[in-house]
Design a protein around this ligand. Structure first.
Ligand code: DGJ
Length: 727
């Protein structure tokens, strides 16, 4: 064969293979949709069958090759149940004609810039056989590598209702050899402990079935590490948090080929939703962020996102509180409270927060937790001059005044319950089960919605001196039944409740924009970004023993910024006052002590802690970047720091959680080339620093490479350092 002929044949062969490849690619992918958010990229493909497949979810710089063959049905982005998909479905519905299967095909998509930082991607899907529509929404926040994902479901099918059994908020898929998940587990008084495990084939479900509060045992947030366990400053890590105050389900399914799908959303157990023609069901959003530099960075990304887009008044300093709960419980009167105001002023607190026990009269006086809840009239026995008098007395001492509310609850021993026994959530024909001696009011009922708003409005409107509210919720639902909803709608109860709760919280936040608010739920039952949106801070635990609080605050800090984590100095655990102060100085500071029963020396110690907080620490707690330095899960101590955004200042905390020695602690997040003075602060009176670094100057590089030598070794020892840049 002539050389030219030979070359010609080769060229034809190449072209034919090439065009075949192209044809194959064309036949596989109709289009690729990319959603980018900082370092995180989601790559989706509309297949030639019009299904929406996920090609990748992870590092932005990772090239995702277009597949040469059709992806498996299991890689659909939102896998529907009943027509081919055999893994956990994200969407499961029974159509009005009884068909239990759903197909979702791509219809259209759009990507719009909401701001310089935010892009909104909307992808519309439809069942080809039914007027059944799912829209996927992805809000991507460039500056924090955050994606917020949710869906809406709607139908225009004929008579009857479509029943939704599954409605995941999102279900991204991962492909790796190993996956490690960290959950934040615990119980009342020992919340948010880290527990990490390797996922194996099958489904691991982390959930809550508490109905009206996301958590007691576990928060709706987790860390997912790909390839190895999550590390603080390196490795690929995802962190996610569901914006929902009710029962949730986080399901991790590793399939037979080691692909992982993570389905997150409302817990579908007992919560099938009967959807009317034209009605829209909106899932809560799940927040996903990503880093190649470990979980330290995912935490900071969450904090930055929260400060920009979530918590209320992010720039407003959280006031230093004096709370009376552990000081008095239910036993107080006007004189005791105003006496505590004097103490508050003396130690430099900025606001007095009057806790539970200020309401209820006659036989239902709220003298303990067995009665009075629901009767929101000021106790004439304890506070005969009323709330406005207390607010005025506080003002005279130049401190603010705040109040505790629990609008959603009722004690059976109350006037309210006598009048409206039908208002509670319970199951017919069952013995009501109480939680903390109380029942939950059914917020799906319009009269209850009105009543709960009036509790807030009637307390705050006539008393403009009240500038702070602690909103509590001391039980969860164990018998989800409503005498208001129809028999078919019983399974809507907990979803409708939480949507009504959002409306109530929204009305409160908008109706009283100058009232600051703490989210509380018998400790931290409602720590989720759905509710936190209406609040300034949250109460992490009724366990205020500083030694126990170290880990609790450490856990929540993985997702929530320090200025939202209320941290009070108390007597619990009988630890040294220094430890109690040092631990509380790392959050939104408060005190919960009977100041009228403290010694002058103790009050001076508290006053010094508050002064330091206001003068040099609060700004860093409010606006600094968290660096976790030594984990109490690996060592007998915890060390953390907040570094100012311009890296000119930092505060560093050492807490000895056990006996044992960590000889030096390397700092992080500083500017290597800057020089910093190191000063130990909040030293116990009459003592001098045992740290060789105290009062010395180091470069950021030295502090990050060599660290601070640490003489501490006994459980409950602690130290706080102030770092300042020197010229
Ligand atoms: C539970 C909270 O966690 C406490 O701080 C306190 O407010 C009590 N409720 C009051 O009943």
């Amino acid at each position: 064969m002539k050389k030219q002929n030979y070359l010609f044949i080769l060229l034809c062969l190449f072209l034919s293979i090439h065009t075949q490849g192209q044809a194959q690619n064309q036949s596989v992918a109709k289009q690729i949709i990319k959603v980018e958010s900082g370092d995180l990229k989601l790559t989706l493909m509309v297949g030639n069958d019009d299904r929406l497949y996920q090609l990748g979810f992870g590092a932005k710089d990772k090239e995702i090759a277009a597949p040469t063959g059709m992806p498996s049905r299991e890689s659909e982005f939102l896998p529907p149940y009943g027509n081919g998909v055999i893994t956990e479905p994200a969407v499961q519905a029974t159509h009005t004609d009884g068909n239990t299967s759903t197909e979702l095909r791509y219809v259209s998509h759009k990507q719009e810039a909401v701001s310089d930082d935010i892009q909104l991607t909307t992808i519309s899907l439809k069942d080809p056989a039914y007027p059944f529509f799912v829209d996927i929404f992805i809000k991507s926040y460039k500056s924090t590598s955050m994606m917020e994902i949710w869906n809406t479901i709607r139908h225009e099918e004929g008579e009857g209702k479509v029943v939704l059994y599954r409605y995941a908020s999102a279900s991204p898929r991962f492909q790796s050899s190993q996956y490690w998940v960290t959950q934040f587990i615990g119980d009342y008084s020992r919340e948010a402990n880290l527990s990490e495990e390797r996922l194996s084939e099958g489904i691991k479900v982390l959930d809550s079935k508490l109905g009206i509060r996301a958590t007691q045992m576990r928060i709706p947030s987790f860390i997912l590490s790909v390839g190895q366990p999550a590390r603080e400053n390196e490795g690929e890590v995802f962190a996610a948090s569901l914006k929902w105050p009710g029962s949730f389900q986080l399901a991790f399914e590793v399939d037979w080929e080691k692909n992982l799908r993570v389905l997150t959303g409302i817990n579908p157990i007992g919560a099938q939703y009967y959807l009317d023609r034209g009605e829209t069901f909106t899932t809560p959003a799940i927040l996903w962020t990503y880093s190649k530099k470990g979980k330290g960075e995912t935490s900071r990304q969450f904090h930055h996102w929260a400060m920009k887009y979530s918590v209320r008044d992010p720039q407003k300093n959280r006031p230093v509180l004096l709370n009376n709960w552990e000081a008095t419980y239910f036993t107080f009167d006007e004189k005791r409270i105003t006496g505590l105001f004097d103490g508050a002023k003396q130690v430099g607190a900025e606001l007095f927060l009057l806790d539970d026990g200020w309401f209820g009269n006659g036989e239902y006086s709220r003298d303990h937790d067995r009665q009075g809840l629901g009767d929101w009239q000021v106790s004439t026995k304890k506070l005969p001059s009323g709330l406005s008098y207390l607010a005025k007395e506080a003002k005279k001492r130049k401190i603010g005044f705040g109040i505790w509310l629990e609008p959603e609850m009722v004690n059976p021993k109350s006037e309210l319950y006598n009048k409206h026994p039908e208002w509670i959530i319970t199951q017919q024909k069952r013995e009501p089960i109480l939680g903390r001696n109380q029942e939950t009011l059914d917020l799906t009922r319009p009269e209850v919605q009105k009543f709960e708003w009036e509790i807030i409005d009637n307390t705050l409107r006539p008393n403009p001196g009240i500038s702070y509210v602690k909103w509590d919720c001391n039980r969860y639902v164990t018998q989800p039944g409503s005498s208001y909803l129809s028999p078919q709608e019983q399974s809507h109860l907990l979803i409708d409740y939480n949507n009504s709760l959002y409306r109530l919280m929204d009305k409160f936040a908008n109706g009283f924009p100058n009232v600051m608010a703490m989210l509380c739920s018998g400790g931290s039952g409602r720590v989720d970004y759905g509710s936190l949106h209406y609040f300034h801070s949250f109460w992490p635990s009724d366990n205020t023993d500083p030694l126990r609080r170290i880990k609790i605050q450490w856990g929540f800090g993985h997702f929530f910024p320090a200025n939202t984590i209320a941290a009070h100095i108390t007597r619990m655990g009988n630890r040294s006052l220094k430890l109690a102060i040092d631990v509380a100085l790392s959050g939104a500071l408060g005190i919960d002590m009977a100041l009228d029963k403290t010694t002058a020396e103790e009050r001076a110690q508290l006053a010094e802690g508050v002064r330091l907080y206001k003068e040099s620490i609060r700004d860093l707690v409010m606006r600094g970047d968290l660096y976790r330095l030594v984990s109490p899960y690996e060592f007998p101590m915890a060390a953390l720091s907040y570094v100012a955004p311009d890296k000119n200042k930092a505060v560093v905390y050492f807490y000895q959680t056990e006996d044992g020695k960590v000889p030096s602690v390397k700092l992080n997040g500083l500017d290597a080339s800057k020089k910093y003075s190191v000063k130990e602060i909040n030293l116990a009176k009459g003592t001098s620093s045992r740290f060789t670094a105290d009062q010395k100057i180091f470069t950021g590089e030295e502090l990050m490479n060599n660290g601070i030598d640490n003489p501490l070794s006994a459980q409950a020892e602690s130290a706080v350092f102030e770092l300042k840049m020197v010229e």
